[in-house]
Write a protein that binds this ligand. Structure first.
Ligand code: NAD
Length: 500
């Protein structure tokens, strides 16, 4: 057994995961070395249908439980996450290749969203509105939606699930989770902890994990009328398939899809901040965040200086295997196909006038794993290639002459997730955050586009799908609003003065 397989099995044992070996099992390779990790069970289509049935049966009792009591279960789940933070982070490093600090950050984000959900469990509520009719009350009631499905991507294998699940649970929904095929182990571990909290509360079937080996096996989640909401995170291509299919049966969708995030660097910017913010946002997580900085739109007078400074910072970054090595900044790409896409984008850039400044080289770390230096490419203008999301550490530098042009370049992509401007000019900041500025769901000033807090609503516009998750009023997506009129008079006046 390899060291990594050993580590994965030890982590599962610590969490208390029992792999049911009577079901078909499969092992996924670690991006660190391409060695196979511990085996995990798989769920076929019949298993997905059975999970929907269980989540449906569990719904009435869960929906009937007072929201603060549901919050207490989520609080217990958050405590279990705290207790097992490092073990869970290990599984993320093993399955996704994140450096330890970012893997722990992902678990911290899960703990944060549990805290948020516990608070919300005493807060979610509607309005009391003035009725036009005497002796009448006009109210908004928020009710649980029903069983929902959560489909999540490989790059945030646990946090995205918890963003949806912690909030959905306090809202009274039951959840069927289909994680990425690449991350069964962290999914088993996270589910085991939530299941423990739910079992202790006497609601064992409220959460269901389905580990399909093929996304097509998850089709019942899209097609079954009992699933009232499908919250799907992943590529825009996946959303193009999932969105219309669920909407065809009038199911709700919450889509969190690809981004093509930019930062505008203006002449008034604090360049030290801009360089630091850009390096983390572009090269961190090996460029595999939905919010990764992919386009740097720089005032022409600063383009060379910014490119040089980011290039020099890149030279200081250690690319390597982050397993038990905290000196590494940039871990592996998820697999060879991710590198093929990056390589292809670099080749296409060269034939369309792009100037490769640095990076894009393979780094040999061991016998396996796909390690690459973060790349910077100068482009004289934004092309269709730049408008695509290349899910790798590839930063395009685009010069601009005035802010209107910068904002036009910024918005001229299909996606609309995260954005930022580095400026010390309040007029530029106001323009960027105002109605004709950035068209994204996340709009930052003097902060890079990546690394959101759970307190705000997270999500993006256009081909990013329009969904919002975690903070603010994102909980509304997981509930059904009932506008309620109560007549406590002895008369029956009709609205708009209608006589009948
Ligand atoms: P992906 O689209 O390949 O897969 C995402 C999930 O969708 C997986 O669970 C996959 O099994 C599932 N899926 C794919 N086809 C399906 C189908 N036909 N039916 C049901 N499920 C299906 O994405 P990925 O490679 O795992 O993740 C990277 C992508 O996700 C990037 O585009 C990234 O920007 C995006 N992402 C977006 C956000 C966000 O919040 N906006 C967050 C994380 C990742």
């Amino acid at each position: 057994m390899s060291e990594l397989q050993d580590a994965a099995e030890a982590a599962l044992r610590t969490i208390g995961v029992n792999v049911d070996e009577t079901t078909p099992i499969r092992s996924v390779p670690s991006p660190l070395t391409e060695e196979l990790l511990a085996p995990a069970p798989t769920t076929d289509r019949a298993g997905v249908e059975a999970a929907i049935e269980r989540a449906t049966s569990a719904f009435p009792a869960w929906a009937d439980l007072p929201a603060p009591a549901r919050g207490a279960v989520v609080r217990r789940f958050g405590d279990l996450l705290r207790e097992h933070k490092d073990t869970l982070a290990d599984l993320i490093t093993l399955e996704v290749g994140k450096i330890a600090s970012e893997a722990r950050g992902e678990i911290q984000e899960m703990i944060d969203v549990c805290d948020l959900a516990v608070g919300l469990s005493r807060q979610v509520g509607g309005l009391t509105l003035p009725s036009e009719r005497p002796g009448h009350q006009l109210l908004e009631n928020w009710n649980p939606l029903g069983p929902i499905a959560v489909i999540s991507a490989f790059n945030f294998p646990a946090a995205v699930w918890s963003w949806n699940t912690a909030i959905a649970l306090i809202c009274g929904d039951t959840v069927v989770w289909k994680p990425s095929e690449r991350t069964p182990l962290i999914s088993l571990a996270g589910s085991a902890l939530l299941d423990r909290a739910l079992d202790e509360a006497g609601h064992p079937d409220v959460h269901q994990l389905v580990l399909t080996a093929d996304p097509e096996d998850a089709a019942p989640l899209l097609d079954d009328d009992r699933i009232r909401l499908v919250s799907a995170t992943g590529s825009t291509r996946m959303g193009e398939h999932v969105g219309p299919r669920v909407q065809r049966r009038f199911g709700r969708v919450l889509l969190e899809l690809g981004g093509n995030n930019a930062a505008i660097i203006t002449p008034s910017a604090d360049l030290d901040l801009a360089v630091r913010g850009s390096v983390f946002a572009a090269a961190g997580t090996a460029g595999q965040r939905c919010t990764t900085l992919r386009r740097l739109i720089v005032h022409r007078s600063l383009a060379d200086e910014m490119t040089d400074r980011i290039g020099s910072a890149y030279e200081q970054l250690a690319v390597g295997n982050p397993w038990r090595n905290d000196d590494v900044h940039v871990g592996p790409l998820i697999d060879e196909s991710a590198y093929d896409n990056m390589r292809d984008a670099l080749d296409r850039a060269e034939t369309s006038g792009g100037q490769r400044v640095t990076g894009g080289e393979r780094v040999t770390v061991g016998p396996g794993g796909c390690y690459v230096t973060p790349a910077i490419v100068g482009m004289s203008k934004q092309t269709d290639l730049v408008r695509e999301e290349t899910f790798a550490p590839l930063l395009w530098v685009l010069p601009y002459d005035d802010l209107d042009e910068a904002i036009a370049i910024h918005n001229d992509v299909p996606q609309g997730l995260a954005s930022s401007i580095f400026t010390r000019d309040v007029r530029e900041a106001g323009r960027f955050t105002g109605p004709l500025g950035s068209d994204c769901g996340i709009v930052n000033v003097n902060v890079g586009p990546s690394g959101a807090e759970v307190g705000g609503a997270f999500g993006g516009e256009k081909a990013t799908g329009g969904g919002r998750e975690t903070g603010s009023d994102a909980w509304k997506a997981y509930m059904r609003r009932a506008t309620t009129t109560i007549n406590h008079s002895d008369e029956l006046p009709l609205a708009q003065g209608v006589e009948f």
